[in-house]
Design a protein around this ligand. Structure first.
Ligand code: MN
Length: 375
């Protein structure tokens, strides 16, 4: 019998109830959260959100089947069933990103977004985090209003959250992550020991322009172009955090980029290192440590299938590589996790294997106990 490999996952997702916001917010705010009205012929829908409404074409049945398949894992929206899935797949603890939060960039009224995310956080804490430390949910904060973000981060830190989900680009009406306005947020996160969890593919979507999530390119190769494109936002977010000095000023702040692979980290460290070497005379503020030191000590990256990811740790000196299942998404490993883990790690040095499957995750979340196989 093949030995079961246990791994922690730095990248998982949970489907909240569709009506969570509408059911939990006062009526005045509930009527502003996203709501879809489908045409009788099923080809178009009208989306109402925060006082705006626009029309967009619904996915074809083939596309819909693809999306539905993403939520077919039994525990996609159920904590008890998820525990069985985790045991079956060999996943010990997982960082759980939200799903409803993909609408965040479409809100325009700070109060609506603030209250909706507060509802999401309270719901996640009461539902998903009852399974701590095997399920660790990421809190959500408004990136539309930074004061709101700071206050909510303080509140969820008090509750016990260990990570906060950040889109790779903040709300289109807010300044970018390299700006000083974000400084109070970094300070709270660092002091509370909260991991900043960027998930790739979370650039703002202009739904009013009829855009669909993740559709940037059309034509030959479009699907592959769009999939590949999703990864770059995470690299930009890290570059902003390093180049602006945010991570340098907050050496205990830890950043995780989920689902974006791992070998980009040594690559981007080279580029930032070179940028700083060539242009340091023009750079404000100065960095006290080299970009590489900052990145290699404070930035973590998760991958699920990438064949070269392990080489970041074995050949490039970058040890903050985490594995992630991306459960329950189509891109993830549900149903073939053990095969994936064996294919990836059977011929890898045990120390490196342990670091990537177990150790790096426990460095981010020290309250997670050792897995059954290492107990
Ligand atoms: Mn994911």
């Amino acid at each position: 019998m093949v030995e079961k490999i246990w791994a922690n996952s730095g990248d998982s997702h949970f489907l909240e109830p569709d009506d969570l916001w509408r059911e939990s917010l006062p009526p005045r705010l509930a009527e502003l959260v996203p709501r879809s009205e489908k045409d009788p012929d099923g080809e178009w829908e009208t989306v109402h959100i925060d006082g705006m409404s626009f029309r967009r074409k619904l996915p074809t049945s083939a596309q819909q089947e693809f999306f539905d398949a993403s939520s077919r894992a039994p525990g996609a929206a159920n904590v008890d069933l998820r525990m069985k899935d985790l045991d079956q797949e060999g996943i010990w603890s997982e960082l759980v990103f939200p799903s409803l939060g993909m609408w965040s960039s479409s809100f325009r009224t700070p109060e609506v977004l603030r209250e909706a995310l507060r509802v999401s956080n309270d719901w996640a804490w009461a539902t998903i985090d009852q399974a701590q430390p095997r399920l660790i949910s990421t809190a959500q904060v408004s990136t539309l209003d930074i004061d709101d973000a700071v206050h909510e981060l303080e509140r969820v830190a008090e509750l016990g959250f260990k990570a906060v989900f950040l889109p790779v680009t903040p709300h289109p009406l807010q300044v970018d992550y390299n700006r000083k306005e974000w400084e109070p947020f970094w300070t709270v996160a660092e002091q509370a020991g909260i991991v900043l969890a960027f998930h790739i593919g979370t650039d703002p979507i202009d739904l009013s322009a009829g855009a669909s999530a993740g559709v940037v390119f059309r034509g030959p190769g479009g699907a592959v172009l769009n999939y590949t494109e999703t990864t770059f936002g995470g690299q930009r977010a890290v570059t902003k955090m390093v180049a602006s000095g945010a991570l340098d000023r907050h050496p205990d702040l830890k950043v995780l980029v989920s689902e974006g692979g791992a070998t980009w980290v040594p690559f981007i460290a080279d580029r930032i290192e070179e940028g700083y070497r060539q242009h340091h005379m023009a750079v404000r503020p100065k960095l006290d440590r080299t970009p590489r030191e900052i990145i290699y000590s404070q930035v973590y990256a998760s991958f699920q299938h990438d064949q070269s990811a392990i080489a970041a740790a074995t050949s490039m000196g970058y040890h903050n590589v985490l594995w992630g299942s991306d459960y329950p998404h189509m891109e993830g490993t549900y149903g073939h996790t053990q095969k994936t883990l064996h294919d990836l790690f059977d011929h890898v040095d045990p120390t490196i294997k342990h670091r990537i499957t177990i150790g790096a995750y426990r460095e981010l979340f020290p309250h997670v106990p050792a897995t059954p196989t290492t107990a």
